[in-house]
Ligand binder design. Structure first.
Ligand code: ASP
Ligand code: MG
Length: 592
């Protein structure tokens, strides 16, 4: 007999008929002998309707009152579902967030869960009842000591369910929804998108908007951090859905269920080399040709970055094993002058480098993590040779001589235990696909800061100024080329960020850029970002080349490239976004 947490979303309980069907499904699980805790959302579009009501009374509804109102939606569903279960002869009891003891931060409208008391739920289960819990809500103690109703943010009942499952030590959490599970890509753009049987929580987080359309990312984060088996499946069918996997199980302890440390591992890979190209012609197919030449020579590249430089030529850089450096340099040099463009490109090679990465689900949406990593290194006078960021990882390439000191500083700064420090690349299993899914993100803009002084801490200062304003950078690429400014050599830093943050970014950076003569923020045109994600990428040579080839064959130019271990992202013109997604999905044979 297992303990299961089953969550049913708004559309699954959208009308009484559906609600009764949910009760029937729960009855079956219960009769099979399992203990069941059910978490439900508000019926159908109730939360939207309640929000509309509030907004027709007040332009800015007070957050406390809004939470009071919105939390009522879930209270209707739990009472009705509990009645429906009892009608079927199943013992059931409904509980609000407060009755369960879901304790959150005192942040109305976006509260994170601190702690879940489990005694009352366990007591009811022990008496044989199905416990029906209101998702999306909790309680917090306000500054003056009063208990207040809070909500977790839209879509938050997934998070309630996973947190409850983790706190109860449930065997697994099942999220029942109106889709069959997680697909290889957005089916509205690519009709051949396929259902995935498995995906890791890290891959799901790296798929960003694609994953978020299926599950609240905070729910995935909790499942990942506590190693909780999570299943997403349809409420309308018996299809088994998609299983989200993560590392070993961990007990929930303490009082910061959702506020655990954002970083849970530090990785160092030494003996790295870097090949940097500048003045690479900016036209479709160049990145593909370079990558293919390298993989034909049997050279596996790790991180790749590319960004546009003025004069319509690109800088490109990639890291690889130190022992392959000379060969790689020869391979790319032989292509210089053969790829078109007004002048041959310039190739430089650097050896004795190390790659240092911070890993953690909490890196998403917490821009201060990257900023404090860069600042810690900058203060110690350690230069960043290359930066690569993704949803669950921030990597930078530094001099190998600095590696030991950098490791100590970051281990201390992020309070990591020795067991969380990995001194070798973590191997992946051969059977893991190189690309599990592809995502398109159209909500981003591109911008670059020209003239960032080439001294330790300068890139950190840019990231810090933005993170202090809570602006998340996604792809960050530092140029290879330097330019001369009154302060000496300077580089350009290109990045992508949420489009609506562009103006705020300009304001946040202004005071800093004033201190650097010649520095300025240059906003870019409308872009789309396509990302291929797969945990098998590190052990599958040529994946990037294949993605670049797919874009080249579709005639799509790549404005920016950034990779991390399990993700390759390309920035393309906004109008090319959908075609890019289709081309990449096809080239990795993700269409069944
Ligand atoms: N009812 C809330 C919403 O619509 C929470 C949820 O459904 O997950 O956002
Ligand atoms: Mg939802």
């Amino acid at each position: 007999m297992a303990l299961l947490v089953q969550k049913f979303g708004g559309s699954s309980v959208g009308c009484l008929e559906r609600l009764k069907a949910v009760a029937e499904r729960v009855r079956k699980t219960r009769h099979a002998g399992d203990d069941v805790v059910v978490v439900v959302s508000a019926m159908g579009k109730t939360t939207d309707e309640l929000t509309r009501l509030a907004c027709s009374i007040s332009r800015h509804p007070p957050r406390r009152e809004l939470d009071m109102l919105l939390a009522s939606g879930e209270q209707v569903s739990i009472a009705l579902l509990s009645m429906a279960l009892q009608e079927l002869g199943v013992a059931a009891v409904s509980m609000t967030g407060q009755q369960v003891g879901i304790v959150t931060e005192a942040a109305h409208g976006r509260a994170r869960i601190l702690n879940i008391r489990t005694e009352r739920v366990r007591g009811a289960l022990a008496e044989g009842a199905v416990v029906v819990v209101a998702g999306f809500q909790g309680t917090a103690t306000s500054a003056n000591g009063n208990l207040e109703i809070t909500t977790l943010g839209r879509g938050g009942s997934d998070t309630s369910a996973v947190a409850l499952a983790a706190a109860l030590g449930a065997e697994r959490c099942e999220i029942y929804t109106d889709v069959e599970g997680v697909l290889t890509t957005d089916p509205r753009i690519v009709p051949g998108a396929q259902l995935l049987e498995h995906i890791s929580c890290d891959e799901m987080l790296e798929l960003a908007s694609l994953g978020a359309a299926v599950l609240h990312p905070r729910a995935v984060e909790i499942a990942r951090n506590y190693g909780l088996p999570l299943v997403v499946r349809s409420s309308w069918s018996d299809h088994p859905g998609t299983c989200l996997t993560s590392n070993r199980r961990q007990r929930v302890a303490g009082v910061a269920l959702e506020l655990g440390k954002p970083v849970d591992a530090l990785e160092l890979v030494r003996h790295q080399g870097l090949v940097a190209l500048s003045h690479v012609p900016d036209r479709p197919g160049v990145a593909a040709q370079l990558s293919e030449a390298l993989s034909e020579a049997g050279i596996n590249v790790d991180l790749i970055v590319q960004s546009l430089h003025e004069g319509a030529s690109n800088d490109m850089a990639f890291t690889l094993e130190r022992q392959d450096l000379e060969r790689a340099q020869a391979v790319v040099s032989s292509l210089s002058g053969h790829l078109g463009g007004p002048q041959p490109f310039v190739v430089a090679a650097y050896s004795e480098l190390a790659k240092l990465s911070l890993v953690g689900a909490g890196i998403t949406g917490r821009p201060d993590v990257a900023a404090s990593m860069f600042a810690t290194l900058g203060q110690a006078g350690i230069s960043l040779r290359m930066i690569a960021t993704s949803e669950v990882k921030v990597s930078c390439v530094i001099e190998d001589n600095d590696a030991a000191q950098a490791l100590d500083l970051l281990r201390e700064g992020f309070e990591l235990a020795p067991s969380q420090v990995h001194l070798e690349a973590i191997p992946c299993e051969d059977s893991t696909p190189a690309v599990r899914g592809v995502a398109l993100d159209c909500g981003q803009a591109q911008a670059s800061v020209h003239g960032v002084p080439d001294w330790p801490g300068a890139a950190a200062a840019v990231c810090r100024a933005l993170s202090d304003d809570n602006i998340s950078l996604d792809t960050i690429v530092q140029s290879e080329r330097t330019r001369q400014t009154p302060l000496g050599a300077a580089r350009d830093l290109a990045f992508t960020l949420p489009r609506q943050d562009l103006e705020q970014a300009r304001q946040a950076l202004a005071p800093l850029l004033q201190q650097w003569p010649g520095a300025e923020l240059i906003p870019g045109g409308p872009i789309a970002r396509v990302s291929a994600v797969g945990a098998g990428m590190p052990c599958t040579a040529g994946t990037a080349g294949r993605m670049f080839r797919a874009l080249a064959d579709a005639g799509i130019n790549i404005a920016m490239i950034a990779t991390s271990e399990i993700r390759i992202s390309c920035v393309v013109a906004q109008d090319d976004g959908e075609a890019a997604l289709r081309a990449i999905h096809r080239s990795f044979c993700l269409t069944g």
